[in-house]
Design a protein around this ligand. Structure first.
Ligand code: FEO
Ligand code: CA
Ligand code: CA
Ligand code: CA
Length: 678
């Protein structure tokens, strides 16, 4: 395990068994689904999963042709794109956000004040908002706001002074610098006459919303006692968004940023764990459910030592104010971003939004930790183009957790106060009959109703025509291990139909179709689109187990980022093991591939530099340009080498003479001016 990969944090439990009471309540719907498909119970080791035929029958799901020649696996410290394509780098970590802002130096002169005026670190989800757009996707293809998540910092590259083991060497300025580099950047970019994308340096839109910026709480949990702190006795005003992983966007032109590994920064103020008492048993259970039992902050960070609000022994509720989806209006720098508590609190990966026929808004979300859940939110109100009320649509609605059953059907179970848990008790009884408390403790609610623990849900993407949803399950080495998901919790479950491998080191992609094609529905059909891995090394990589065509030449592990283009091609971005040996032979550096969701054709489009993750993808409306993020170059299985000789793993993108790698955005275009991917 890579200790710098903050996505790789063990923890969590559950009784995922179906219970009689719930089955009785839901049996009617299940009979309908089974009858409609003519399905019987099918063991998960038995060939194609039963719902696959339903997906293959969907001609409208077929992608336009994959019109490029695949790039080979790579171990080089560079970005490679197909013949006929070109790429350029923009928005490197440390690039100034405004004219007059400090330039990146790469030495001890890069302090917290400089960082606040520069592009942040470890780029993740991103979205291009056309400058003249109103709906998030249409408008100019030559000028717009590029909004980018910055997930965390890699200390030994981020601090030129070098980081000491165990987090020693940190100061308050180091904490502030790290806080200023995490969050969301908004950059105004424009295509110049030479065909190069450049920042508009004097634009009023350019800014960082970082881990010390003012935000507001919104939705059912806003103001709840669990969100009140000494600095904010109303529980309404919060400082900071951090751990910003994947993203989403709305048709009313706003950006959604997802707080993922928020737990790593909270600890006991640098004191030994044994000196820290939990305030009470409920607090212990709640914190351990999210933090995996650990009391101290991640040893790579020392925020809790230098910034008291991250010391939970002093400010126990600050912890509850993070782990949400945040809505940002990139076109209104004066409007404080809002934390959307109606969408639940967990380690949010991304937020894939679709609109039902009646205008209700549906948001699919994954909780990225081993053996965690998939969720969706259905709004109470309806979307109307241009309506002012769209701005509060994500504040009221119903949150659901997914249960994937072995017969290829599934259920969305409402996390509502009146839902019966697997013991037949009202969920409300566990949460003082308060929806705000339930949402703060979303995972505990999903445990109680028997949601299915999945292999680290990462991104979800919705097909633009069929409405089918695809979700990456990046890997789960703990499945079937017998290890506890958290202290006093159940063990990680063994393989099941939707997560068919014990010790799943390669990951897979699952997809579902809502009953009647209605995203508001409470039941669905599902199958496995692809089991990733190396078919030469691992029999479970057999392509017949999924619909897509893994081969020895065209393989990958740990799918993470995921996006459909407007023609229905599925773009798969990876964050996996790139040691290129043993079980990972033939996979090389992390990469981006394209798949046809119906034929299963799969082709590698891009390889990244050494040690990087490829993540985050967005398009200009004309699809002539695609923007992709390169996160944590120089990281990965060569970490030991990186610590011994920090500059030898990667110096991308500045070249061999550079002092350190820099996360950045890459823009790719077809030299003949055609749409990317055609
Ligand atoms: Fe930030 Fe789960 O990736
Ligand atoms: Ca990663
Ligand atoms: Ca990710
Ligand atoms: Ca990941």
């Amino acid at each position: 395990m890579n200790p710098f990969d903050l996505d790789d944090i063990p923890a969590n439990p559950s009784r995922a068994e179906s219970l009689d009471q719930m089955l009785a309540r839901l049996e009617g719907r299940r009979r309908f689904l089974r009858g409609g498909l003519g399905l019987g119970a099918v063991g998960f080791l038995g060939g194609l999963l039963p719902a696959a035929q339903a997906f293959a029958d969907s001609p409208s799901g077929r992608a336009a042709a994959l019109g490029f020649k695949a790039v080979p696996m790579s171990t080089a410290d560079t970005v490679a794109v197909p013949e006929g394509y070109a790429h350029a780098v923009l928005n490197r970590w440390g690039d100034p956000l405004a004219a007059g802002a400090p330039a990146f130096r790469g030495d001890a002169g890069d302090d917290s004040a400089a960082q606040a005026a520069q592009v942040g670190y470890n780029h993740d989800g991103l979205h291009f908002f056309p400058i003249d757009g109103k709906d998030g996707v249409s408008g100019s293809s030559t000028e717009g706001l590029l909004v980018t998540n910055h997930e965390y910092v890699t200390p030994h590259y981020f601090f030129p002074q070098g980081v000491q083991p165990g987090g020693t060497g940190w100061s308050l300025d180091w904490v502030r610098k790290a806080q200023h580099a995490q969050g969301v950047s908004v950059t105004h970019i424009r295509l110049d006459a030479q065909g190069r994308w450049r920042r508009v340096e004097d634009s009023p839109y350019n800014r960082m919303i970082h881990a010390d910026s003012p935000l507001r709480m919104s939705g059912p949990a806003a103001g709840h006692a669990l969100l009140r702190t000494r600095a904010d006795p109303e529980g309404m005003q919060v400082r900071g968004t951090f751990g910003n992983c994947g993203n989403g966007w709305t048709p009313w032109n706003t950006y959604l940023t997802c707080e993922e590994n928020f737990t790593d920064y909270f600890g006991t103020g640098g004191r030994p764990d044994e000196q820290a008492e939990y305030p009470d048993e409920d607090y212990r259970r709640h914190m351990q459910r999210y933090k995996g039992g650990g009391k101290t902050a991640d040893p790579e960070y020392a925020w809790d030592t230098h910034d008291a609000r991250f010391d939970w022994t002093q400010e126990p509720n600050e912890y509850n104010r993070h782990g949400w989806v945040v809505e940002i209006d990139p076109f209104d720098p004066a409007a404080p971003p809002r934390k959307l508590t109606a969408l639940g609190r967990f380690k949010h990966e991304n937020a894939a939004l679709t609109v039902a026929a009646d205008g209700r808004v549906v948001v699919y979300m994954g909780d990225d930790q081993r053996s965690e859940y998939i969720y969706k939110f259905v709004s109470e109100g309806t979307y109307r183009p241009g309506a002012a009320g769209n701005r509060t649509l994500l504040d009221r609605g119903t949150l659901y957790a997914a249960r994937f059953d072995g017969d290829g059907t599934g259920l969305w179970i409402p996390l509502a106060l009146d839902t019966l848990d697997t013991d037949g008790r009202r969920l409300g009884a566990r949460f003082n009959d308060n929806l705000g408390e339930l949402l703060v403790k979303t995972r505990q609610a999903a445990d109680a109703v028997g949601a299915t623990p999945m292999d680290r849900p990462e991104w979800i993407a919705v097909h633009p025509r069929t409405g089918e949803a695809y979700a990456t399950l990046t890997n789960n080495a703990d499945r079937g291990s017998g290890k506890a998901r958290w202290p006093d919790g159940p063990d990680h479950p063994g393989a099941d139909a939707a997560n068919p491998r014990d010790k799943n080191i390669y990951g897979h992609i699952v997809r579902w179709r809502e009953e009647g094609g209605d995203p508001r529905g409470t039941s669905f059909q599902w199958d496995i689109f692809v089991l990733a891995g190396n078919p030469l090394r691992h029999a479970e990589g057999d392509p017949r187990r999924g619909s897509a065509h893994i081969s020895a030449d065209n393989t990958f592990n740990s799918p993470d980022g995921l996006c459909f283009d407007a023609q229905g091609r599925l773009w798969i971005l990876t964050d996996g093991n790139d040691k290129n040996g043993g079980d990972y032979e033939g996979q090389g550096n992390n990469q981006m591939l394209v798949a046809d969701p119906v034929s299963g054709e799969l082709r590698r489009f891009l390889t990244g530099p050494r040690g990087c993750e490829v993540t985050g993808i967005t398009w200009t409306p004309d699809q002539r340009f695609v923007f992709v993020n390169i996160q944590h170059p120089g990281d990965g299985p060569d970490l030991d080498q990186a610590q011994a000789e920090p500059l030898t793993v990667s110096t991308w993108p500045d070249g061999p003479a550079a002092t350190r790698p820099r996360p950045a955005t890459v823009v790719i275009w077809k030299k003949d001016g055609g749409a990317v991917g055609t």
